[in-house]
Design a protein around this ligand. Structure first.
Ligand SMILES: NC(=O)c1ccc[n+]([C@@H]2O[C@H](COP(=O)([O-])OP(=O)(O)OC[C@H]3O[C@@H](n4cnc5c(N)ncnc54)[C@H](OP(=O)(O)O)[C@@H]3O)[C@@H](O)[C@H]2O)c1
Length: 272
């Protein structure tokens, strides 16, 4: 029996793979392009596309648990193949699924809620590593531009999300539960930038964008209108799951979630 990690080449998935391997479990990884996967040797890398269920039949063979994305594309488009995925997994004898959830009930969440599989939803809102998007501007100008600069959000290290997913998949239990996943503090964009400034010993400036300027910037970056609406909603008025500090990382992994200050200390060279 093995564990299938979808999004294994991505931010959370790589950590799920690492934690499963550390727990001595066999791991299969799904990617649309095995040649670019760069996953550690014991991993069985298979090609497949979550938006095309016909590419997935073999991926679920002998699988006991699946870490599953609920998006299916490079622009966070909602994954619409939930019913097909639940059926394929049911037929293959998969027992449990962790859903990397963005808080919106879509076809994947609905399909698993009505399936006989054991499912658990993991709901991180914002990842610490998103701050790496600031690195070029910090290095070049010492300035970043963001909307909603003083709205706090409970960022989490995606390594902690990966650790939670691996524990749930291996240990079982947690059936039908939804876990918001945060670090130990909710921090605004301004507070995050101040944390980076302290770590690199250099003053940094935050220039606040209006919502309109932010929408224009995201459009220029090629984001869909659906994603832009999601970004505005998340950043201007984060869900209570984001601003309420969650005990889930500690309860499930047995250790405290990483703080943003610790994350920055480990990545400080990227901002210098
Ligand atoms: N970024 C955030 O702050 C954040 C916060 C909360 C929740 N999330 C959620 O986390 C999830 C991942 O987001 P991310 O930003 O961290 O991206 P990511 O996981 O770093 O990268 C996307 C991953 O999805 C895989 N993928 C995309 N479309 C696929 C498809 N059609 N079939 C199979 N695999 C596919 C890619 O695999 P290949 O390219 O190898 O095929 C890649 O591993 C999303 O569901 C998002 O809603 C993100």
């Amino acid at each position: 029996m093995t564990f299938l990690v979808t999004g294994a080449t991505g931010k959370v998935g790589r950590h799920v793979v690492e934690h499963l391997l550390r727990a001595g479990q066999p791991v299969r990884a799904l990617t649309r392009d095995p040649a670019r996967a760069a996953l550690p040797a014991p991993v069985d890398v298979v090609r497949g596309d979550l938006t095309a269920p016909e590419t997935l039949a073999a991926a679920f063979d002998g699988v006991v648990g699946v870490h599953l994305l609920t998006m299916g594309g490079d622009d966070y488009a909602t994954l619409r193949t939930g019913p097909e995925l639940a059926e394929l997994m049911g037929k293959a004898g998969v027992q449990r699924v962790t859903l990397l959830w963005n808080g919106q009930v879509g076809p994947v969440e609905e399909a698993f809620a009505h399936s006989s599989l054991e499912w658990t939803r993991l709901q991180p809102v914002d990842f610490m590593s998103n701050a790496l998007g600031w690195a070029p501007a910090i290095r070049a100008e010492g300035e970043v531009r963001e909307p909603f600069a003083d709205v706090p959000g409970g960022i989490v290290d995606e390594a902690d999300v990966g650790a939670v997913s691996a524990r749930v998949l291996v240990d079982g239990g947690h059936v039908g539960r939804t876990y918001a996943l945060t670090g130990p503090q909710a921090l605004s964009q301004r507070q995050r930038l101040d944390t980076i400034a302290q770590a690199i010993g250099r003053p940094l400036r935050l220039t606040e964008l209006t919502e309109r300027q932010a929408r224009d910037r995201w459009r220029q970056a090629g984001h869909s209108e659906e994603l832009i609406e999601l970004l505005v909603a998340w950043q201007s008025n984060p869900p209570s799951e984001s601003t309420t500090i969650s005990p889930a990382v500690r309860e499930i992994t047995g250790r405290a979630p990483r703080s943003f200050a610790d994350w920055v200390a480990a990545h400080a060279d990227r901002f210098r």
